[in-house]
Write a new protein. Structure first.
Length: 416
């Protein structure tokens, strides 16, 4: 089977496709990844076939798009300023790629807009992968879409939020996508975005059933596979030596990370983190992506690093503070350490609420982060044994499933 994978977004969106492509290869099938040329080096370094799709867009540039990480309107602004303008060119490109490589099936990201019309035109079956539970938009699940919502909103609020989302997405997307369908000789369609998110021969949920189980009202073809595990391991260098020394030099540090996208709009997050560590008299490890994102001066108990594989450093820390991206959330749960989630935008509020419900962590809006607020929550996480005990008990359950392997098996069964 030749499967064309179409991830869209940050590294947290790309890594699951890499993991699935590797599992397909182990089983004698081919996964070809078509995405932003920004990721070409990464994907080719994994010895996977790559097709450039769309214009080259630097991740920092995308994250710094005005309003893209706004806590209330970030998803809408990202859609209007980056995703929608790219649809015509990317659709034309994807049609050419599909006609040239002739895939047996496609695996789409919810933002692979226009791809389902190409599948219809060329008679190619497709599956959709949702990386976080909020993508299934099931009101029974009480998904969280904004910072101001309660951890478990009333059912009527969930229904209203999803209805409003459906209406807005229809207004934003249906006109343009139906013009593309008309040019392909296809009939107009209603609710393109929701049809893709909830559709496909298989609709793969790439999270653990212990994070969010199957529920009534999920997509009819939905399959919860587990988290897909992939972590970049870079070549040995001086920073890796410094990291190893720091981790093993004294007591386990508190680690602070904003992933690969939110890190570019960190604001004063890392300054607050360093001050909080000083107030707590604890060691701190800051993952800042770039040296210039780290505070200019750091106390002796805090060090900054550009990058470290989460799977290697999270288990060696006393607590983990992160933004709530689904990939980082998965790695933090796998590590079995107490977690403080500081959500900024998109699915992060929902992921943060789930972490809190599981009893393994707390949350604090990114916009509300101050040294003292970090201290207050971290002190609870470190001093109250219930958080550490719950995190330790959950970790082996999270590790039970290999989401990429389960997804690969399901895709082969459906399309090979």
């Amino acid at each position: 089977m030749r499967l064309l994978l179409l991830p869209v977004g940050s590294h947290g969106d790309i890594h699951p496709s890499i993991a699935i492509a590797h599992e397909l290869a182990k089983r004698g099938h081919q996964g070809i990844i078509a995405t932003n040329p920004y990721y070409e080096k990464l994907i080719r370094s994994e010895n996977l076939p790559f097709e450039p799709l769309g214009d080259h867009l630097d991740l920092a540039q995308a994250a710094q798009t005005p309003g893209a990480m706004d806590e209330r309107m970030g998803s809408l602004k990202l859609m209007r300023r980056l995703i929608i303008p790219a649809i015509p060119g990317a659709t034309k490109q994807l049609l050419e790629i599909s006609q040239r490589i002739k895939p047996d099936a496609m695996l789409m990201h919810p933002l692979s807009l226009g791809a389902s019309s190409i599948c219809e035109k060329l008679n190619i079956p497709f599956a959709c992968s949702n990386l976080a539970p909020v993508g299934w938009m099931n009101p029974v699940d009480r998904p969280i879409f904004n910072s101001w919502e309660k951890d478990e909103p009333p059912l009527w609020m969930s229904h209203l939020q999803i209805f409003m989302g459906r209406t807005v997405m229809r207004f934003l997307l249906d006109g343009q996508l139906n013009r593309i369908r008309r040019d392909m000789g296809l009939r107009p369609q209603r609710n393109h975005f929701f049809n893709l998110c909830l559709g496909g021969t298989i609709n793969i949920g790439l999270w653990s059933r212990h994070f969010r189980p199957a529920l009534a009202g999920d997509p009819a073809t939905g399959l919860i596979c587990g988290f897909p595990w992939f972590d970049r391991v870079r070549a040995h260098d001086a920073e890796q030596d410094r990291l190893h020394t720091f981790l093993h030099d004294d007591e386990p540090p508190i680690i602070f990370s904003l992933g690969t996208a939110a890190v570019h709009v960190a604001g004063k997050f890392y300054e607050a983190a360093a001050q909080a560590c000083t107030l707590l008299n604890r060691r701190g490890l800051l993952l800042t992506a770039k040296p210039e994102y780290a505070p200019r001066t750091l106390p002796s108990n805090v060090q900054a690093f550009n990058y470290a594989p989460f799977s290697q450093v999270f288990p060696q820390c006393a607590a983990i503070v992160h933004h709530g991206g689904i990939g980082t959330t998965a790695q933090s749960l796998h590590a079995g350490r107490p977690v403080l989630v500081t959500p900024m935008s998109h699915d992060q509020f929902d992921n943060a609420a789930r972490v809190k419900r599981l009893g393994v962590g707390l949350r604090l809006r990114h916009a509300s982060v101050t040294p003292q607020r970090l201290v207050d929550r971290l002190r609870r996480l470190l001093d109250e044994p219930a958080f550490a005990n719950s995190a330790k008990a959950l970790a082996p359950k999270i590790a039970e499933d290999n989401g990429a392997a389960t997804a690969a098996d399901a895709l082969i069964k459906a399309f090979a």
